[in-house]
Design a protein around this ligand. Structure first.
Ligand code: FAD
Length: 315
């Protein structure tokens, strides 16, 4: 028996969530009295995971797997889970993780719970705490199947160092032998993605039109942030749908979320309230977003944002 953790990487570098899921897997393994095995696909330095408690790292290297493909990755995770006799599989709850987890669960006939925020409160029955109802409430869920798939919510369990003397084992999955083909065709390179970003700069209808997004992108660049938008902005075609955040868009669990010209409707807040620090810039002091904000600036975005960029550049 073991706990298998899928440690996601991008362009060879581990995502921060990889360290969080390994930390989580280590905790579960301790609770079950077993070992944690980490799986990496095309990561440059898999031994980094020893720091977070991975006793064994199974590495898959295949250039055709450079782009995430849920079906292929799920087949590999399942194969490794079976080879390692893993009864618990841990992934993250990023967009990719949310695709991956149920596919792995179907293959393993496992119960699957995503958006998990804490280590199991009990392993018999196996009980995990997860975010529910658009992150507004928590629920304790019992997984009663023999195999379990857990999706860990970003920035919830945290990254915990737990150094071990680990070992690495190369693995050639059956899917590689049968020939891998990638399906996903769109990948934005050189830009921070919303899912991975520590900082997200987001703007709404208060920006008046797409021609005014230059300052939003500049602020995002200066901060090394991802840029995002409210739903009407993407519905109007001012920004791509991939930037739409909220209940019906992408979830954001950033360390810093800056909302500019966004009113703070409940459907918007539902998708971003897992972010740690929220800063709001809005001309209307009565905008609902101020109630959810940690810091607020009542002011015109067209005056405040350029000044902010100037100050940050001088910093
Ligand atoms: P507005 O509500 O028009 O707000 C614009 C804000 O900009 C105002 O507060 C205004 O004071 C401020 N402003 C104006 N000029 C300036 C200026 N110069 N400087 C600074 N501030 C200025 N919305 C989402 O975002 N995400 C979702 O996932 C989502 N899902 C939805 C699902 C359903 C089923 C429904 C019914 C709605 C959903 N919505 C969602 C829409 C949501 O209800 C709001 O309509 C939307 O979030 C409002 O977008 P906004 O804040 O950009 O625009």
């Amino acid at each position: 028996m073991s706990v298998l953790v899928f440690a996601e990487s991008s362009e060879g570098k581990f995502k921060k969530t990889a360290f969080e899921v390994v930390s989580y897997g280590k905790k579960v393994a301790e609770q079950l009295g077993t070992n944690v095995v980490a799986l990496t696909i095309n990561a440059n330095d898999s031994s980094e995971l020893y720091t977070y408690g991975a006793e064994k790292v199974v590495t898959v290297s295949n250039d055709a797997l450079n782009t995430f493909n849920a079906k292929q990755y799920a087949a590999i995770v399942t194969e490794v889970a079976k080879a390692q006799s893993a009864t618990v599989v841990v992934v993250d709850s990023s967009i990719d993780g949310l695709y991956l987890a149920p596919l792995v669960a179907v293959d393993l006939e496992a119960g699957c719970v995503s958006n998990v925020v804490a280590a199991p409160s009990s392993t018999s029955p196996f009980t995990v705490k997860r975010k529910t109802f658009s992150n507004k409430t928590f629920s304790n869920t019992v997984i009663s199947t023999d195999h379990k798939v857990i999706g860990v919510a970003k920035n919830s369990y945290g990254v915990h160092e737990n150094p071990v003397a680990g070992s690495t084992e190369a693995f050639e999955p059956a899917i590689a032998a049968s020939g891998v083909t990638s399906e996903k065709v769109e990948r934005v390179t050189g830009k921070v993605t919303i899912a991975d970003a520590d900082i997200v700069v987001s703007a709404g209808r208060g920006l008046k039109g797409p021609e005014n997004w230059g300052m939003i992108e500049e602020l995002a660049d200066v901060l090394g942030a991802a840029s995002a938008c409210s739903k009407p902005v993407s519905d109007l075609g001012w920004r791509p749908h991939s930037e739409h955040v909220g209940q019906t868009g992408k979830p954001v669990a950033a360390n810093l979320y800056i909302a500019i010209g966004i009113s703070g409707a409940i459907q918007h807040l539902a998708g971003i309230n897992a972010s740690k620090v929220k800063v709001v810039i809005n001309t209307d002091p009565e905008a609902p977003f101020f109630k959810a904000a940690d810091y607020g600036i009542v002011g015109d975005a067209f005056e405040v944002v350029p000044k902010l960029i100037e100050k940050l550049k001088a910093f």
